[in-house]
Ligand binder design. Structure first.
Ligand SMILES: *[C@@H]1O[C@H](CO)[C@@H](O)[C@H](O)[C@H]1NC(C)=O
Ligand SMILES: *[C@@H]1O[C@H](CO)[C@@H](O)[C@H](O)[C@H]1NC(C)=O
Ligand SMILES: *[C@@H]1O[C@H](CO)[C@@H](O)[C@H](O)[C@H]1NC(C)=O
Length: 386
């Protein structure tokens, strides 16, 4: 198995170039919040691993690549040959929402939210039955502000080849976004925040974890959702087989602009297989999620290297919260694998808590009791003075 052996990226210097502001008109704008959309130009420098191929041009070639990269065939060459230090400007589409009540007690605590693979920033601001599924709605009602963005390649953010888009550059972008927020940029009427909390889901949790590992001063607290660190329960090989990836552009006209490096799971049931656990979700929500799904650059999962994340010296509070039946990080059952070794990895934290959210799969915001877990997140922040 080659997956997960190639992360070499470290974050270096990045600079703000320009920004464009527009009022948020999304129909899902939370009722009790004031939201602003931003288009932010980020200059990022990162080591980009060079994909050596073979680059697939059709679904058969893609499937053959997955068989090789995923299996036990000995001595397969790495799909990457070297890396290049690349500096580039990227446009990032983002939204900042703050409670309508400007004096809300936590408004100066800003959550910086990074979505996972297969989603865009709307994961945090789902228009489907917002009272039940919309995190931004919930958090702003609790008085918190939330900054959420489209990861590189998706939504309103810059396009980039699906054979190039990867972990290191996304980490460099997240680092820079955190520093902008620290300086009071893109925070609407809030100005300079009192504190910044990184919030990740899945791939977004990898990025958030990595940022506090490389740069412990970047933020004040860390919330990792849909995530796990116990290697014996991490079965990415199973996940890749369950996804049954296809080239995204061939599956949906909406994906026409994406090159062959962008893939997507084959259908609704592959989505349910990996992101949901019955009977704890509504089929209509799964169908909605499938209709809004986003392509995955194959080099994103290929460049994660779970084993190589350094031990954070991060002292702020850390909450790791994952669904009891998460298939992707716990091979379907988290109860006995969530706490360890995460408790050691986050040993420098003044408050580490692992929490198995009952009756939930991997796509936490899409399950029936989403507001139950939202409450665990905001209660944890409150208990830690944030
Ligand atoms: C990229 O190059 C710059 C300028 O030469 C250097 O400062 C930086 O350390 C390099 N970054 C990485 C990730 O190697
Ligand atoms: C992973 O979980 C198992 C089952 O609880 C436990 O025995 C093991 O020690 C954990 N692994 C690590 C590295 O903590
Ligand atoms: C909903 O989530 C809360 C918080 O984790 C939990 O206490 C409660 O038992 C959950 N309810 C159901 C029905 O899963």
């Amino acid at each position: 198995m080659i997956l997960g052996t190639s992360l070499q990226g470290t974050v270096t210097q990045i600079a703000l170039l320009a920004s464009v502001v527009s009022l948020c008109t999304a129909d899902s704008t939370p009722q009790e919040a004031v939201c602003t959309d931003y288009s932010i130009t980020v200059r990022a420098t990162a080591d980009l691993s060079t994909f050596a191929g073979p680059k697939w041009t059709d679904n058969n070639e893609l499937t053959q690549f997955i068989i090789d990269v995923n299996g036990r065939i000995p001595n397969l060459p790495s799909p990457f040959n070297g890396d290049q230090n690349v500096t580039s400007d990227y446009k990032i589409g983002a939204t900042f929402c703050t409670p309508r009540d400007a004096h809300a007690k936590n408004a100066k605590t800003v959550l910086l939210a990074t979505h996972g693979l297969g989603f865009d920033r709307s994961y945090w601001n789902l228009p489907y039955d917002p009272d039940e599924y919309n995190f931004v709605d919930f958090a702003t009602q609790k008085g918190y502000s939330v900054f959420f963005y489209d990861r590189l390649g998706l939504g309103e953010s810059s396009s980039i080849s699906g054979f190039v888009n990867q972990y290191s550059v996304q980490l460099a972008i997240l680092e820079q976004l955190a520093s902008y927020l620290r300086a009071g940029q893109y925070t609407g009427s809030v100005g300079v925040p009192d504190s910044i909390v990184l919030l990740g889901h899945s791939f977004g949790s990898y990025l958030s974890h990595a940022l506090v590992a490389y740069k412990p001063d970047a933020v004040d607290a860390l919330i990792l959702t849909g995530y796990g660190l116990n290697a014996s329960a991490l079965r990415f090989d199973l996940v890749f087989e369950a996804w049954q990836f296809r080239i995204a552009s061939g599956q949906d006209e909406a994906f026409a602009k994406f090159d062959a490096g962008y893939t997507t799971w084959v259908d609704l049931y592959a989505n349910i297989n990996t992101f949901f656990k019955g009977p704890y979700f509504s089929l209509d929500v799964a169908k909605f999620a499938e209709s809004k799904k986003q392509p995955i650059a194959f080099t994103e999962p290929l460049t994660i290297n779970p084993g190589a994340l350094p031990l954070p010296k991060f002292k702020g509070p850390v909450l790791l919260i994952t669904g009891e039946y998460d298939f992707i990080f716990c091979n379907g059952y988290c109860t006995d694998v969530l706490d360890s070794p995460a408790d050691l990895i986050f040993g420098a934290s003044k408050k580490f808590k692992s929490y198995v959210q009952p009756n939930m799969g991997h796509g936490m915001n899409l399950h029936k009791n989403a507001t139950g877990y939202f409450g665990v997140v905001t209660d944890f922040l409150g208990a830690n003075g944030l």
